[in-house]
Design a protein around this ligand. Structure first.
Ligand code: GDP
Length: 467
């Protein structure tokens, strides 16, 4: 009997191992959002909370104690930069905590979870390993999708019409009037124009405009200085071969072919689950024009998840689809939780609007307000005889603790999202401007992850069904 037992056990063991190698599901989770939306902090905190067993009761597998281990592994895509988790975490957990460096390019990290199956299965099968391939990439790059449908002439005419009245564009537009677009290409002239246009894009972003394509001008990744990002919109007119304008058009086409399409093919089309992060509070603080611009940019970003919209995408996806899309407002720790519902309502309205224009090919979507790393605590403060729900944190600049009341968000998202009308109201007050908090000091003892707001719910929506 002993021998037979041993044989049975070793066959079972073999089965386990074969089964494991064959059946270790991989979930590719894309994390995107425009610059400073909070991608780096989100990924760093998510990984730290999973690895350090942070407070994640909303992630059911974690709440039920079924996640037995979480560990980093070499990523499968060896040519892609690795998400620099260790440096980012070190920035947040050092003796003088500071915010990590933001996303500048696409990067990846594999986090593997050893999970005990739920319910009945748990008695039958042993723990399984599930790999999360987290892919971080700039939302600006998604906006480039719109360029694929446009020729250089169309794009340039559109951009010039749009920026004509903006003060941020004055210097670039002056530069354009001084060049002879039909003259033979002179590389320094092309470079000066590209630099001028890039400077405009940065200024426009700072002022709260979100239409900032081409995406690689703001975040060039490893393309900085290459001809493929050395072009700019010029007015139409006669221009023969070899002219400045013809060369700009040639580079624009190369940009679409060599930069935009490969990104969608190599990275975007492989994503299973996606989170789109939005610094909605910043746009709301900047005022109605910024909100209106954010609304359009988010509709454009979300439209990338409707493959039917674009022939190139349809062909790329070939029936595959992004299964879940989480649309989340970040940095909710700037507001007392009494306001979180309203922030979620605003995100839901933005999402609904994008969804109403076309279905996301059956993807499940959810809107949420979260803080990947909570830098404040809540406090009720009496002010002129009124009790205000405030948040208190340590200011980045002075290191001093202070409590703030950012202001109220509207009950009805429509009040905020209706196309900017004359006299549209400002929603977040002047206090918001100075609310630049330092990250709260973290010391990760076993069993402690960074404090957060609803990061566990976000994880549950993105992965919960697979754990
Ligand atoms: P990325 O450009 O999308 O990678 O943005 P980051 O993750 O680098 O975040 C940009 C900045 O937003 C950070 O440097 C922080 O100042 C702030 N931030 C991001 N997440 C949070 C958060 O959860 N709470 C607070 N208070 N600030 C945050």
């Amino acid at each position: 009997a002993g021998l037979a037992d041993g044989v049975v056990r070793s066959i079972e063991g073999l089965g386990d191992r074969v089964g494991q190698a064959l059946f270790e599901p991989v979930i590719r989770v894309g994390v995107t959002g425009l610059a400073r939306a909070g991608k780096t902090v989100f990924i760093t905190s998510l990984i730290a909370n999973l690895m350090d067993r942070g407070r994640m009761p909303g992630l059911l597998a974690q709440g039920e104690g079924r996640i037995l281990a979480a560990y980093l592994q070499p990523q499968p895509d060896v040519t892609l930069p690795r998400f620099d988790y260790e440096s980012h975490l070190a920035a947040l957990t050092g003796p003088e905590p500071h915010w990590p460096e933001s996303t500048r390019t696409v990067s990846e990290l594999r986090l593997s979870l050893r999970v005990r199956p739920a319910g009945l299965l748990s008695g039958v099968t042993g723990p399984r390993v599930i790999h999360l391939d987290i892919v971080d990439y700039p939302g600006e790059w998604l906006l480039d999708l719109a360029l694929l449908d446009k020729s250089y002439e169309e794009w340039a005419a559109e951009v010039l019409a749009r920026i004509g009245a903006r003060s941020e564009a004055a210097a670039y537009l002056a530069q354009v009037t001084e060049v002879d677009t039909a003259a033979p290409l002179d590389e320094p002239v092309a470079q000066a124009l590209a630099a001028g246009f890039t400077a405009y894009l940065h200024a426009a972003r700072a002022a709260g405009f979100y239409d900032c394509t081409p995406g690689r001008f703001i975040l060039p990744g490893d393309l900085a200085g290459s001809p493929v990002v050395t072009f700019a919109p010029l007015p139409g007119g006669k221009a023969g071969r070899g002219s400045l304008r013809a060369e700009m058009a040639r580079r624009y086409d190369a940009y679409k072919r060599e930069v935009v399409k490969p990104f969608f093919r190599d990275h975007f089309a492989k994503i299973d689950r996606q989170v789109v992060l939005v610094d909605a509070l910043d746009a709301i603080h900047k005022g109605p024009q910024a909100v209106e611009d954010m609304r359009r940019a988010m509709a454009d970003i979300l439209s990338a998840f409707r493959p039917g919209r674009n022939a190139f995408l349809t062909q790329l996806f070939l029936g595959r689809r992004v299964e879940r899309i989480l649309f989340a407002a970040t940095k909710a720790d700037h507001l007392h939780h009494a306001q979180h519902g309203r922030l979620t309502g605003i995100m839901a309205a933005l999402l609904r609007e994008a969804r109403d224009r076309a279905e996301f090919a059956g993807a499940t979507t959810q809107a949420m307000a979260l803080a990947a790393l909570r830098a404040t605590v809540e406090e009720r403060v009496s002010h002129n005889g009124e009790m205000l729900d405030c948040v208190r944190g340590r200011l980045l600049e002075t290191g001093r603790q202070a409590a703030f009341y950012a202001g109220d968000l509207p009950d009805d998202p429509g009040q905020l999202l209706a196309p900017a009308r004359a006299g549209a109201k400002e929603w977040l007050g002047r206090d918001y401007q100075v609310m630049r908090f330092a990250p709260a000091p973290l010391n990760l003892r076993p069993g402690e992850g960074p404090p957060h707001i609803r990061l566990d719910r976000a994880a549950q929506f993105l992965l919960g069904d697979k754990l």
